[in-house]
Ligand binder design. Structure first.
Ligand SMILES: Cc1ncc(COP(=O)(O)O)c(C=O)c1O
Length: 368
């Protein structure tokens, strides 16, 4: 059956039209399929420690759910700040780091404003920028996915973007951004007045991530999430580390009581289990090496990664066909083959030891 366009629908039924520029998300979301091995959204394969669950269960009984939550999530911000050696006023928490990205774009982007984004990168940076009416300026990366520094500095001088997004380690390519690049961009932005936002969703998986920290004198902010290393993708909790002036501006666009009390408590309790989290990160890093070594021995191009996923490109078989055949084996990975700059590429999340073994055995069987 032929579907009607929004315009035709309006003419026929007089229903309101969405904004014309909102058609941009098509094809982005990963399918949510009920298969035995899900390695498509970079989640942690590990559940939270039992001690966390016990503490949470005993605390939930005392919740006053008839009351609104603490509006600025003070205790959670202080717990995060203590871990990061910052002040609570340098932390903003939200419903997943996607909401952090949205808040940044609402506060600093919008009509007549722009964001510089280096594709291929986390697709929601440009998606959310566009939804908030922020013009996207596309920077470029070379064949090994490194940002072209000179082109980036020229774009900042010429277009004076209000926001520059970097992602380190970068999703979906796995590489980190170099300190030289970050320094160069920051120096330029500190004179044009733009904000450098470094999305560090996967920072803990990297040994070489930037050591740059929040400073009142520097226009730089860092995005983090509980969805990956903290095993809490289901709770939707992310945060921003930034100078107090930046956090205060972001707070002006967030909805009152936007973060519920259960989520605030979950974050506070999770942070008490940092040692456990670090042990699991080490396990993932070992598994990442195992999966990398196994994939490079096959007819595939595999990129080194400092995150909990690997990007690879089949050399003898069509990427979509390999994706489909893996799905038939009950294994879901991410098909990036139609994304800009990623022709023929697939991305696999590093899962548990047995999930990784199942994935590798299936790839070997299909490529044989
Ligand atoms: C680089 C990057 N930033 C942010 C997010 C979103 O994370 P959250 O679950 O905190 O919204 C993701 C999710 O995959 C990501 O890859």
């Amino acid at each position: 059956m032929q579907t009607r366009s929004a315009c035709e629908e309006f003419e026929l039924n007089k229903i309101p039209l969405t904004r014309r520029d909102l058609g941009v998300l098509e094809g982005y979301h990963s399918p949510q399929l009920d298969v035995p091995v899900r390695l498509n959204t970079n989640e942690s394969p590990f559940p939270l420690p039992d001690t966390f669950t016990q503490e949470f269960q005993s605390e939930i009984k005392n919740f006053d759910l008839n009351r609104y939550p603490n509006r600025s999530a003070n205790e959670l911000c202080t717990s995060i700040a203590d871990k990061e050696l910052l002040r609570g006023s340098e932390v903003f928490v939200a419903n997943g780091s996607n909401e952090v990205i949205q808040s940044i774009c609402l506060a600093f982007g919008g009509n007549d404003r722009s964001a510089l984004i280096f594709e291929p990168t986390y697709a929601m940076h440009s998606q959310i920028a566009k939804i908030t009416g922020t013009r996207v300026i596309e920077g470029s990366r070379n064949a090994e996915f490194q940002v072209d520094e000179n082109a980036a500095l020229d774009a900042i001088k010429k277009d004076r973007p209000e926001i520059v997004f970097l992602c380190s380690p970068n999703n979906p390519t796995g590489n980190i951004e170099t300190p030289e690049l970050i320094d160069g961009i920051l120096t330029e932005l500190n004179s044009t007045g733009g904000l450098l936002v470094i999305d560090e969703a996967y920072k803990e998986f990297s040994e070489n991530a930037s050591e740059l920290i929040v400073s009142d004198e520097s226009n730089v902010a860092f995005i983090r999430t509980f969805s990956k290393v903290w095993s809490l993708a289901g709770i939707r909790l992310g945060y921003l580390l930034a100078p107090e002036w930046c956090i205060n501006m972001i707070k002006t666009v967030s909805l009152p009581y936007h973060l519920d009390s259960v989520k605030q408590r979950v974050g506070i309790l999770a942070l008490k289990h940092e040692d456990e989290m670090r042990r699991k990160v080490d396990e993932i890093k070992k598994e990442r090496k195992k999966v990398f070594d196994a994939l490079v021995s096959l007819p595939l191009k595999v990129w080194p990664s400092e995150a909990n996923f690997l990007l690879f490109k089949p050399e003898l078989i069509d990427a979509y066909k390999l994706w489909e055949e893996l799905l038939e084996e009950g294994i879901l990975i991410r098909d990036c083959s139609s994304w800009e700059g990623l022709g023929g590429c697939l991305r696999v999340t590093i899962g548990s030891k047995s999930e990784n073994d199942t994935f590798l055995n299936a790839v070997r069987k299909i490529l044989k």
